[in-house]
Design a protein around this ligand. Structure first.
Ligand SMILES: C[S@@+](CC[C@H](N)C(=O)[O-])C[C@H]1O[C@@H](n2cnc3c(N)ncnc32)[C@H](O)[C@@H]1O
Length: 505
């Protein structure tokens, strides 16, 4: 039976802002077929009529459509921003003794709000209970039920090492149960970010984390949601959006601030940063791989720089792979894998790659996508090995050069990183992405003239009426030209200021 998806897409967008295109549309078709069978409606028109009047059925449908990908200590540099910058500042400015209220909006199954609790527990010890109150909101009631249960499996721990697991969780077979001291700290609320009204409990927030959610909305919807979130913030509150999303969410509703190379939004007048109160929470002890120190975060979260270290490939056992593959179109192809990578559904993408590589072990595109996922999981050495393998079949692969450059950069192998990015530029002068990274590396190394030259080069390439092809063929790039131009102009402005200050001296 063919279902006319348009009325459903419209209704869902109207009520919760979600855009269902591409794979989202395919998912909608599958989910609708499933609901039609379960509810026993004769046709989709009858089901649509029922759906309009039944909030329970609408909820069932939404629960099946949302993407809940999340894990503990995701984008850990932003947790560092929280514990070392935002919280100390707000505690200092606080006029009453009320706890700071922290909300995770779009909290999925709870890994994000619980990470905030654990991070602040590490920093403030037992005082955490009186200093902070935490809430998590999501439209997906099933995800919220999981969050309330506080039970997780290995997939949620892809970014954390054994210490955090041992300290805050009790293991019961495959299940890790969050200790009550952390679990009871978060109040979970059903919340539609696109709604006109919000539960009272969600008002008066000091800090809102809203990460990896805005990508599911179009620009007008993102603007409305930001206005909604701004209305939930206190006058001096902060909004932290996923690192790769922030600039695309700069609507002038809140002030965009850059601190330590990270962007976030502030509702009130921004006051000068306060020094971090000791002791500093050293995240690097707890996460699986290196956490960038603030200065090192200056390279913005371009397509690859997503802190999503994940399960190692060895965890991709047949129990994981088989159900994933069975639930997908049997005609697997690279485009599909790329799309999963774009949606950051790395487990599924990796499962597809593993299976396809068995048939085509030397396939450059699959090897590059594998390297891309490994890079995003911060498995830099594995990523490097896969990218080098790709170079064996395509010695001029710009994708491979850029990936190798990034993997070296994240391991602080600056010279090696520069060599790979230069190699990419040598192979393709118009590879503006490699030139951008080169510029950032030069800037970080104090080579301002070289940095300026590269930033200007990128700006010049990106300002052409038709932006030249950067030569990257396979890796899913999420970077919007205007964002990259903004970053280059921003850095050039800073380099210009430094030159003026140096001259005055
Ligand atoms: C990919 S998860 C992000 C989880 C977490 N913030 C993180 O960064 O790991 C996106 C979440 O946004 C939620 N979501 C989508 N649309 C929403 C809406 N209109 N209102 C509230 N939550 C929504 C989904 O249910 C899903 O759990």
């Amino acid at each position: 039976m063919t279902i006319d998806l348009e009325p459903f897409k419209k209704l869902i967008k109207q009520r919760c802002g979600l855009i269902l295109e591409g794979l989202g549309e395919e998912k909608l078709a599958t989910v609708l077929a499933q609901r039609l069978t379960v509810t026993k409606f004769g046709n989709s028109a009858e089901y649509y009529f029922h759906l309009q009047g039944s909030s329970d059925e609408f909820q069932e449908l939404v629960n099946l459509l949302t993407i809940n990908e999340t894990y503990f200590f995701r984008e850990v540099e932003q947790l560092h921003l929280l514990t070392e910058r935002l919280v100390p500042r707000l505690l200092m400015q606080r006029e009453d003794n009320q706890p700071l209220r922290i909300l995770s909006a779009g909290c999925s199954s709870g890994e994000e709000p619980f990470s905030l609790v654990m991070a602040l527990r590490e920093k403030y010890g037992d005082d955490m209970s009186s200093l902070f109150s935490f809430a998590g909101g999501d439209i997906d009631t099933q995800a919220l039920a999981k969050a309330r249960s506080g039970c997780y499996n290995e997939f949620s721990f892809r970014a954390v090492g054994p210490e955090i697991k041992a300290r805050y969780f009790d293991q019961d077979g495959w299940v890790y149960r969050l200790k009550d001291e952390i679990r009871n700290r978060v109040e979970f609320q059903e919340m539609n970010l696109f709604a006109e009204e919000f539960p009272v409990a969600l008002h008066g927030c000091d800090i809102i984390f809203f990460r990896n959610v805005s990508i599911y909305f179009d620009t007008p919807t993102r603007r409305i949601i930001q206005q909604n979130l701004a209305s939930l913030l206190k006058k001096s509150g902060y909004l932290v959006i996923g690192t790769a999303e922030t600039i695309a969410n700069d609507f002038g509703v809140l002030s965009l601030i850059e601190e330590d190379g990270l962007f976030y939004f502030s509702k009130g007048q921004f006051s000068a940063p306060v020094p971090a109160a000791a002791p500093v929470f050293d995240f690097s002890r707890y996460v699986v791989s290196k956490v960038a120190a603030p200065q090192q975060c200056e390279i913005p979260e371009l397509p690859f720089v997503r802190s999503s270290p994940s399960v190692t490939s060895s965890l991709l056992t047949s129990e994981v792979v088989a159900p994933v593959v069975a639930s997908f179109n049997p005609c697997l192809n690279v485009d599909e894998v790329q799309q999963y990578c774009r949606e950051k559904r790395y487990e599924e993408a990796m499962a597809m790659i593993v299976i396809q590589l068995e048939q085509n072990p030397g396939d450059t595109s699959l090897l590059l996508l594998k390297a891309h996922i490994q890079f995003n999981r911060k498995e830099f050495e594995l990523a490097e090995a896969s990218a080098r393998q790709a170079l064996e079949t395509d010695p001029w692969s710009i994708d491979a050069f850029v990936l190798l450059g990034l993997a070296a950069k994240w391991r602080d192998l600056v010279k090696e990183a520069i060599r790979w990015f230069k190699q990419a530029v040598y192979a393709r002068h118009e590879c503006w992405l490699a030139r951008y990274y080169l510029a950032d590396l030069y800037r970080a190394g104090g080579e301002s003239d070289k940095a300026r030259r590269e930033y200007r080069g990128v700006l010049q390439l990106l300002s052409q009426s038709t932006v030249p092809d950067h030569g990257i063929k396979v890796l899913p790039l999420g970077m919007v030209h205007s964002e990259l131009r903004f970053l280059c102009e921003h850095q050039l402005g800073k380099l210009g200021n430094q030159r003026r200050i140096a001259r005055r001296k």
